[in-house]
Write a protein that binds this ligand. Sequence first.
Ligand code: DNO
Length: 360
Amino acid sequence: MKMVFRWFGEGNDTVTLTQIKQIPGVEGIVWALHDVPAGEEWPMDKIWQVKEAADKAGLHMKVVESVNIHEDIKLGLPSRDLYIDNYKKTIVKLAEVGVKVICYNFMPVFDWVRTDLHKELEDGSTALFYEKEKVAHLNLDEQVQRINANPNFTMPGWEPERLARLTELFDAYKDVTEEQLFENAKYFLEEIIPFAAKHDIRMAIHPDDPPWPIFGLPRIITGQDNIRRFLNLVDSPYNGLTMCSGSLGANPANDIVAIVNEFADRIPFAHIRNVRVYENGDFIETSHRTTDGTVDIAGIVNALHDNDYEGYCRPDHGRHIWDEQCRPGYGLYDRALGIMYLWGLWDANRRKLQGERIGD
Ligand code: DNO
């Protein structure tokens, strides 16, 4: 298991590269050019800037999260070929600086969705929270009207650039079923996977978060059967999965240990975090510790170890603790604690199963 840490870039993150370097066992950053709109080719000079900063800090930059997919690709519009072409051009450039994994998602319109970014937990810390009923009953037309009337309107977790095209996008997705979305994913994968393979970059699809359709939009990376179907669309080691325990774990029906065991050799990247799912379907993000949430984090790390996992792994959203002011979910402290928990589980496995002395 190779430990990496998400970094949003100079001026865009409260966490510094020096701090990241001091977390035990972290060897690289997970990065992206967050100001390049989806569908555009990434400029080489900006890629080099990140490379220089990472080199200077003694960290590698082999994992990118994300090169986002333009909506026209997900919609299957004729213009998708142009955006697929740009995606390939970006792949060539990323290969040039040694990138090995690209994490991306195939969620229509929205990425992750929450209803509260600072919900208080029992211990006074705060964390990201999702209220199922609230999202189910959100009147989208009303929301779109409010958004259009107020350019500064925002919803937790919704990126402003995605909001700008909401009405148009909802309209465009009216006829896109789950089947159609799979078809459009296939078209994308058939173009991209052989190309990525040629450049030795493993593509790693991120599960939908939450893993069910929202706002009437289809979502397909929701559980074990759909992941199998997606990976079989193009059956190649370069068509991989970002195993995100928190996204999949929001649906307690997902057996994540089984997912790790079935797809182990197709998981180049793992996001490990815990969530606590309530009976009404709401969920809140907790510390990484197994007993604090509903996800079997210890079981997942054991399964990764049993499968001789050699891919990259990062802690994921943490709570906001010790008065830290940070990007929601992306503070230093709780994610660093998460890493130490993951290492603890991993090292205990090594010692138990292989009789290795820790440190060898
Ligand atoms: C949330 C992240 C996601 C993830 C994308 C991958 O914090 O896990 O935004 O980066 O879905 O494309």
